[in-house]
Design a protein around this ligand. Structure first.
Ligand code: PLP
Length: 420
């Protein structure tokens, strides 16, 4: 037991969740770094992968590597089947009414760029506004800035308060008939804030705006139902949810996707091509030009099965209690300031230590086996708002333990002794 107070209710979720069994599925976690047990607290950057995902990737390349959609031989048929079955699983996982509303992309970044280009160019013009929030990841700022530059629309930014909570009154006032799109994170990667996404979507629809949700930090940590949310578009990345890198998803409402032209041109996104005219393919293939990340899709399907098996509700409850435990721990450290203290938070602990630059802290933590991220977390406007150049960020997943938080606590004390 460490020297800080622990919220008592934390015990329930932590004790009923079989984290030892969960950890057994992640080979990478069982290693030493600089002679210390690894405490991987960087899952917001990328999650670790369970054996079933690693084996599915291996199996594909060893047994049935082949291109999809075109071949009629056995290997091509199996690859196509597995790749398309994964799309069905992903649709079910996020409550999409149909697998045809699941567009494979490289990740959240590409999903948002796809909407900004294929939907934005056709629907946003001079005098229109794109409303984002101050807590967005660069991936949900820059594509909209680029769209505004191309079209003459204006980027409007909804403010946050000093806890890192979206100021809803201001957001509501900024919504007008000029607002064509609201692009908002479900969960902030730099602060952990969980936005009231249902209300945001409802309000945005009230002025006729289309809502694009950046779900990169939500889908891995809670049950998301895109249909219940009524999101127009919802973007997320496979690698943050136990899947491979280089694969992600754009969910879209059927009528929105149907009305959109293609994103990139090439093979697979067409029905027929002559030099005079090209007929585009049906949704979602219309948005998937070229040979896709086949093994990525298959691996993501296996990751989705795995997460479903563990249970998203259990994952959310366990991570929440771990967050409370971690918050209580960090608050005991003199001179530590948490950046992001919203009432509703996911498992992100961003912080700064008085008089110590995060970049000096990180190597000391690393020597103690603790993997955290330091930097602006691709959210420079958040850093500017809090008046810090960078933060250290410990981000939690369901395979983390209290012992790892204790290890972070001890490592931070050591960093203080050495640097303060
Ligand atoms: N949005 C949020 C909130 C994120 O945390 C991230 C990645 O950290 C992204 C978008 C970009 O995701 P990707 O790099 O997988 O495209």
């Amino acid at each position: 037991m460490m020297e800080y107070d622990v919220p008592t209710q934390a015990d329930n979720a932590i004790l009923t969740f079989d984290v030892v069994n969960v950890r057994a599925a992640f080979p990478i976690l069982h290693q030493q770094v600089h002679g210390k047990p690894l405490a991987y607290l960087d899952s917001a950057a990328t999650s670790q992968k369970p054996t079933c995902v690693i084996e599915a990737i291996d199996d594909y390349y060893r047994r049935y590597n082949s291109n999809v959609h075109r071949g009629v031989h056995k290997l091509a048929e199996e690859a196509t089947h597995e790749y398309e079955q994964a799309r069905v699983k992903i649709a079910r996982f996020i409550g999409s009414p149909s697998h045809t509303q699941i567009v494979y992309t490289r990740g959240t970044t590409e999903s948002i760029n796809l909407v900004a280009s294929a939907w934005g160019d056709a629907n946003v013009g001079e005098g229109d506004e794109v409303l984002v929030t101050h807590m967005e990841h660069h991936s949900n700022i820059v594509p909209w800035q680029m769209l505004c530059k191309r079209t003459g629309a204006t980027l409007v930014v909804a403010p946050i308060d000093k806890t890192g909570t979206l100021v809803m009154d201001a957001f509501e006032r900024q919504l007008t008939e000029r607002t064509k799109v609201v692009a908002v994170a479900h969960v902030s990667n730099a602060l952990g804030t969980i936005n009231p996404i249902e209300r945001i979507i409802e309000l945005a629809h009230g002025v006729g705006a289309v809502v694009v949700v950046d779900g990169a930090q939500a889908v891995p940590h809670m049950q998301v139902n895109v249909e219940a949310l009524d999101a127009d578009f919802y973007a997320f990345s496979g690698h943050k949810m136990c899947g491979p890198t280089g694969i992600g998803v754009l969910y879209g409402k059927a009528d929105r996707l149907e009305a959109m032209g293609p994103y990139q041109g090439g093979g697979d996104m067409i029905k027929s091509v002559t030099f005079k005219h090209t007929e585009y393919n049906d949704v979602p293939y219309r948005f998937e030009a070229g040979t896709p990340n086949i093994v990525g899709g298959i691996g993501l399907g296996v990751a989705v099965d795995y997460l479903t098996g563990v249970g998203m509700d259990k994952i959310a409850a366990y991570e929440h209690e771990l967050l409370e435990y971690g918050t209580a721990a960090l608050q005991q450290i003199d001179g530590l300031r948490l950046i992001g203290t919203a009432d509703r938070k996911a498992g992100v602990l961003s912080f700064v230590l008085d008089g110590i630059h995060p970049y000096d802290m990180a190597p000391i933590l690393d020597r103690q086996g603790v993997a955290v991220r330091t930097g602006h977390h691709c959210a420079q406007p958040v850093m500017d708002f809090f008046g810090v150049p960078a933060t250290a960020r410990a981000s939690l997943a369901f395979y983390n333990t209290r012992a790892e938080i204790d290890q972070l606590f001890v490592a931070l004390k050591k960093a203080k002794e050495m640097l303060a």
